[in-house]
Design a protein. Structure first.
Ligand SMILES: *[C@@H]1O[C@H](CO)[C@@H](O)[C@H](O)[C@H]1NC(C)=O
Ligand SMILES: *[C@@H]1O[C@H](CO)[C@@H](O)[C@H](O)[C@H]1NC(C)=O
Ligand SMILES: *[C@@H]1O[C@H](CO)[C@@H](O)[C@H](O)[C@H]1NC(C)=O
Ligand SMILES: *[C@@H]1O[C@H](CO)[C@@H](O)[C@H](O)[C@H]1NC(C)=O
Ligand SMILES: *[C@@H]1O[C@H](CO)[C@@H](O)[C@H](O)[C@H]1NC(C)=O
Ligand SMILES: *[C@@H]1O[C@H](CO)[C@@H](O)[C@H](O)[C@H]1NC(C)=O
Ligand SMILES: *[C@@H]1O[C@H](CO)[C@@H](O)[C@H](O)[C@H]1NC(C)=O
Ligand SMILES: *[C@@H]1O[C@H](CO)[C@@H](O)[C@H](O)[C@H]1NC(C)=O
Length: 525
């Protein structure tokens, strides 16, 4: 359906033109205006977070800012330091960069006492180190006197880590076991894995192959992902391109037909288009699958709340039954539609993505804190109100729903980036300063509500003015993502910023670590 439709548009659009006339390179040529004061305010929040972490938690993984203690929630290899690395680099925070650079070679990536998540380790540690290496050997090469041995050590450490992780792929099908154990490296023996954890490895593992010249890493990730690109049986693809969640590792077959753009599924879709941006020749099929998924999402999942038909959220589904619920995590989708629209010169995707950005931003401005909840629900205005999947809000949220078009079902906020992330893409696509205002308001709300003790903490309830109490945890992705997107939207243009005109040199992994695209410049394709 989509392809014939696009063909008609193309024929009409170019009727009368010689076939040799190339299409316009991009409909988008925005002007960006930096705001040094705001960028510096975000940098200051980064410094506060880093100082607290360095004093009370380093070289452990995460700061507990209320009690000034630490947590080794990511195997004890210094997750916050590695997640802060590329942010310190793009902020030009050289004292912090040097500390992390000299720390990296001291990490023992072969030893940990706890289970290792292939997915989390890939997106945070592998992604963080590959990004730092790409930045230091690329656009930041020569800007500072740094220990060049240690720059090389960053790639060596990434390589060592992957060598310890790769046992995960030694299954009957090549679909990885997401849980591995070290000393010696071995699989935990899981029987199934999910599409996000299988499908969010390819960018990092392919980059490692392309940097080292050893094709093995990329091929491992591609083999695992091949079962998601051709899903079987039919149960696993309830709408064209939109998949179930769990896959049997022994057979490669889908175990369910439940999914959407939320946690557990999200970054599988995200990486399909990002791989095409990374290399449109090797990853053309990934793009085709992204297009099918996005067309289905617009056709089947787009949903307007009964009380706010002006808003558009993406429903989730169980088989073909829609669930009118979404998550903070799913709010990355607006940015991903925008990125895909820019990449494929398809303004329809950009426009739809901007609508998703509006609605996710609405979850922020509607609450007492100015921050959106972890999970929320609404009633769809095209589904009967007596349908079992279209129940109304609890009585005490009815007036909130009437005004805001959603109600919170899990009201916490754990320093997640996705709403600000998508606002960043909206700004880079359009140059509209309204998006800088939105990102700044969101940052101010988080900076005010989550600041506590020696840093920033997750909070329990965004619907209470004081955040409902602190859960005493500063996630490593606060450094990698929230602070980076909040900074970049106000910062000067730079080679690592997302571009609207096909001049991208970097693509961001799902942890917001900028990875250099294979061709160096998108334009050379
Ligand atoms: C492995 O890590 C544990 C705890 O982090 C530590 O006690 C132990 O000494 C380490 N072993 C090696 C061989 O480094
Ligand atoms: C920086 O660039 C120079 C010149 O191209 C190159 O010789 C050097 O190896 C690069 N340094 C790093 C750290 O990549
Ligand atoms: C660079 O770091 C290494 C440790 O990884 C150290 O042995 C070396 O002396 C350092 N080089 C300089 C010039 O400081
Ligand atoms: C989805 O469909 C399959 C069979 O097609 C059925 O076994 C399963 O119970 C359904 N799941 C849900 C959540 O409806
Ligand atoms: C919903 O209401 C309509 C009309 O009142 C009725 O025909 C239908 O059977 C009801 N559906 C359910 C699931 O109760
Ligand atoms: C609504 O009531 C439930 C159940 O008593 C309670 O847990 C929840 O906090 C209330 N929500 C609001 C927004 O007042
Ligand atoms: C919300 O709107 C519905 C439908 O208009 C109405 O029945 C209900 O009383 C309203 N709730 C509140 C608390 O105002
Ligand atoms: C952000 O929070 C910190 C810590 O509370 C505070 O010092 C700073 O002034 C805040 N920044 C802005 C722009 O409000």
């Amino acid at each position: 359906m989509y392809f014939s439709g696009a063909c008609v548009v193309a024929l009409l659009g170019f009727a009368g033109h010689a076939k040799a006339t190339p299409p316009p390179r991009s409909a988008y040529a925005p002007k960006y205006v930096a705001n040094a004061g705001r960028a510096n305010a975000v940098k200051q929040a980064f410094q506060i977070s880093w100082d607290g972490y360095y004093k009370y938690a380093f070289p452990h993984d995460s700061l507990r800012p209320v009690t000034n203690t630490y947590s080794d929630d990511r195997n004890g290899w210094g997750a916050s330091a590695i997640d802060a690395f590329s942010t310190a680099l793009v902020m030009g925070d050289w004292p912090v960069v040097e500390k992390i650079l000299n720390f990296v070679p001291t990490i023992d990536f072969s030893n940990t006492t706890t289970d290792v998540s292939l997915f989390e380790t890939t997106i945070r540690y592998l992604g963080g180190m590959l990004s730092a290496y790409d930045l230091l050997t690329g656009p930041l090469n020569g800007t500072q006197k740094l220990n060049t041995t240690n720059v090389k050590n960053v790639l060596k450490q990434a390589n060592r880590l992957a060598d310890n992780l790769k046992v995960a792929f030694t299954t009957e099908t090549g679909i990885p076991d997401n849980t591995v154990r070290f000393s010696p490296p071995r699989k935990a023996g899981s029987t199934n894995n999910g599409i996000a954890t299988i499908g969010t490895l390819i960018l990092e593992w392919q980059r490692l192959s392309d940097l080292t010249g050893n094709t093995a890493y990329g091929l491992l990730a591609q083999k695992g992902e091949s079962y998601l690109l051709d899903p079987k049986p039919k149960l696993g693809e309830p709408f064209p391109g939109l998949l179930g969640t769990n896959v049997d590792i022994a057979t490669g077959r889908f175990l369910d037909g439940s999914g959407g753009w939320g946690g557990g599924d999200d970054s599988f879709y995200e990486y399909l288009i990002k791989m095409y941006l990374y290399d449109p020749v090797r990853f053309a099929k990934y793009k085709d699958r992204w297009v099918v998924a996005v067309e289905s999402s617009i056709k089947y999942l787009a949903s307007n709340p009964t009380t706010r038909p002006d808003l558009t959220y993406l429903a989730m589904y169980q088989n073909r039954t829609l669930q009118f619920t979404s998550e903070h995590l799913a709010c990355f989708s607006g940015g991903n539609f925008i990125l895909g629209g820019l990449t494929l010169d398809e303004p329809r995707y950009v426009k739809f993505g901007l609508k998703l950005v509006d609605a996710c931003r609405n979850t922020y401005v509607s609450t007492a804190t100015g921050i959106g909840p972890e999970v929320f629900q609404w009633r769809d205005n095209r589904t009967p109100l007596n349908a079992s999947n279209n129940a109304g809000p609890p009585l005490n949220q009815s007036s909130f729903y009437n005004v805001s078009g959603f109600w919170s079902t899990v009201p916490s906020y754990v320093l997640r980036p996705e709403v600000i992330e998508s606002i960043y893409y909206a700004y880079r696509a359009t140059g509209d300063p309204k998006y800088q205002e939105w990102a700044w308001e969101a940052f101010l709300a988080v900076n005010k509500t989550c600041a506590v003790g020696s840093g920033y903490s997750s909070i329990r309830d965004v619907t209470k003015k004081d955040g409902g109490g602190f859960s005493n945890f500063q996630e490593s992705f606060w450094f990698a993502e929230v602070l980076k997107y909040s900074y970049l939207i106000h910062a000067e243009d730079a080679p690592w910023q997302v571009k609207a005109d096909h001049s991208n040199q970097f693509v961001y992994n799902t942890e917001c670590h900028p990875i250099r695209i294979a061709s160096g410049f998108e334009k050379t394709k």
